[in-house]
Design a protein around this ligand. Structure first.
Ligand code: SF4
Ligand code: F3S
Length: 112
């Protein structure tokens, strides 16, 4: 089992989650973070840290869509362990629907 980041994170990317992970298993894209499913120890401490409720246990991902996406990008994006400022317009994207289809970027972030 693992926790996964879902589309609510896209363009919000508050990064409060990365500070609490005991195994540093978050990876940074240009406008999204992912969790490496093979590194996550399922401790659950990151879940309540996200202000937009973008972290879920994979038990809430029955078809594996988010687990697959997290695994795919965790393999290539850089590791992030320290909180950084969110995008300046992050608050404008909190309740925006269809963020995966409209805004998801495959580009890597800068990591730390
Ligand atoms: Fe890290 Fe624990 Fe969150 Fe997994 S559940 S990403 S180990 S903080
Ligand atoms: Fe994204 Fe929430 Fe972390 S918005 S970067 S999952 S705190």
């Amino acid at each position: 089992m693992t926790y996964v980041v879902i589309d609510a994170c896209i363009r919000c990317k508050y990064t409060d989650c990365v500070e609490v992970c005991p195994v540093d298993c978050f990876y940074e894209g240009e406008n999204f973070l992912v969790i490496h499913p093979d590194e996550c120890i399922d401790c659950g401490v990151c879940e309540p840290e996200c202000p937009v409720d973008a972290i879920k246990p994979d038990t809430e991902d029955p078809d594996g869509k988010w687990t697959e996406l997290n695994a795919k990008y965790a393999a290539t994006w850089p590791n992030i362990t320290v909180r950084k400022d969110p995008p300046p317009d992050a608050d404008d994207f909190v309740d925006v629907p269809d963020k995966l289809e409209k805004y998801f970027s495959e580009k890597p972030g800068t990591g730390d």
